[in-house]
Design a protein around this ligand. Structure first.
Ligand code: MG
Length: 346
């Protein structure tokens, strides 16, 4: 039988992280381990309050999953369907199990996950780095200390959004992606897109609340910047109704339930001619590295969740000036970080 255990990890954010919905200084995620024969797989759940998740609701779902895991981890589709349909497991709890199963089966074969999936690591892909919402002065300070990245994601939804973008633009020429996390109205998004069109913005991500896909279409039609859906697009079934109204979607393992569902989303998005971004929550290198194995399939990456914490217990995908490099080891390829390596003593 496949056995499962888990533990909570409290992640310390290097800086208070503010979105249009609120501020946090730490984040509780759950790391799970699956065991089968002599093999282990590791996975991570990053619960998100926007989707009604807490560490406790994740643990309840994991508890319900134990008798549904079965005896053969290679039957990935069967196990994950059973968890969804019989266990009501979804979102980041399902992602944790999906990641751990993939780590386990690819690891037991001795191949990196991307090879198990038929993908390549030999591609040039860069992650954006996120500048959270704050006072304009602090956002500028974060940009200055962030180091070299080929693109920044700017969280908006405050009182002085356009001023913030102009202040940041005065510091650098690299492109920005703008993400108000649904804080704007349709009118504000149209006016904002028009105002920002000459500010080197690649796209607007989820400018307005997610309830009505057609409203995103009004934003897209009313101003020149491409529009990506994030909160509006959780799983594959969300894509057909969004497709006529957006230019791209942000796929996250924690939203959709893991690697298999993410690959389905990417395939369906492509069939509709949409661009695809691979994004993340605040996650350790376990979740971020698992997602990075899919990097060859997408147009752009926002996989910086592990760069926003100072006590990541694992080492996995690395980056140089934003360029990602997958680990060479089997499975997702993460290893325990040595205690003294980079933990903050502050
Ligand atoms: Mg977003």
């Amino acid at each position: 039988m496949i056995e499962m255990s888990w533990r909570q990890v409290i992640l310390h954010l290097t800086h208070p992280f503010t979105l249009s919905r609120g501020t946090s200084t730490e984040k509780t995620n759950i790391l799970i381990t699956l065991r089968w024969e002599d093999f282990e797989g590791i996975g991570e759940a990053a619960p998100h309050s926007f989707f009604g998740e807490t560490p406790e609701t994740i643990e309840q779902q994991l508890e319900r999953s134990i008798p549904l895991l079965g005896a053969d981890p290679f039957r990935l589709e069967e196990i994950l369907s059973r968890l969804r349909e019989e266990g009501g497991v979804s979102g980041s709890a399902l992602a944790a199990i999906d990641i751990a199963l993939h780590d386990l089966v690819a690891g037991s074969l001795g191949v990196p996950l991307y090879r198990f999936l038929g993908l390549s690591a030999d591609v040039e892909r860069y992650t954006s780095f996120t500048i959270a919402l704050d006072t304009i002065e602090k956002m500028v300070a974060r940009l200055k200390e962030a180091g070299t990245f080929p693109v920044f994601k700017i969280k908006l939804g405050g009182e002085r959004d356009l001023e913030a973008i102009r202040a940041l633009r005065a510091e650098t020429d690299v492109p920005f992606r703008v993400d108000p996390n649904g804080a704007w109205t349709v009118v504000e998004a149209i006016e904002g897109g028009e105002e920002l069109k000459d500010c080197g913005i690649e796209h607007l991500e989820q400018p307005i609340p997610p309830e009505d896909p057609a409203e995103l279409g009004k934003v897209g039609a009313g101003q020149p910047l491409p529009v990506y859906a994030d909160e509006s697009c959780r799983v594959t079934g969300d894509i057909p109704k969004l497709a006529p109204h957006v230019d791209g979607i942000n796929v996250k393992l924690m939203k959709c339930g893991g690697i298999r569902e993410a690959m389905r989303m990417i395939a369906v998005a492509r069939a509709y001619g949409l661009k695809v971004m691979l994004g993340c929550m605040i996650e350790t290198s376990v979740g971020i590295t698992a997602a990075a194995h899919l990097m060859s399939l997408v147009d752009c990456l926002d996989l910086d969740g592990n760069l926003l914490i100072d006590n990541d217990p694992y080492v996995g995908v690395t980056h140089q000036d934003g360029k990602l490099r997958l680990p060479a080891g089997p499975g997702i390829g993460v290893t325990r970080r040595k205690p003294s390596a980079s933990t903050s003593t502050a």
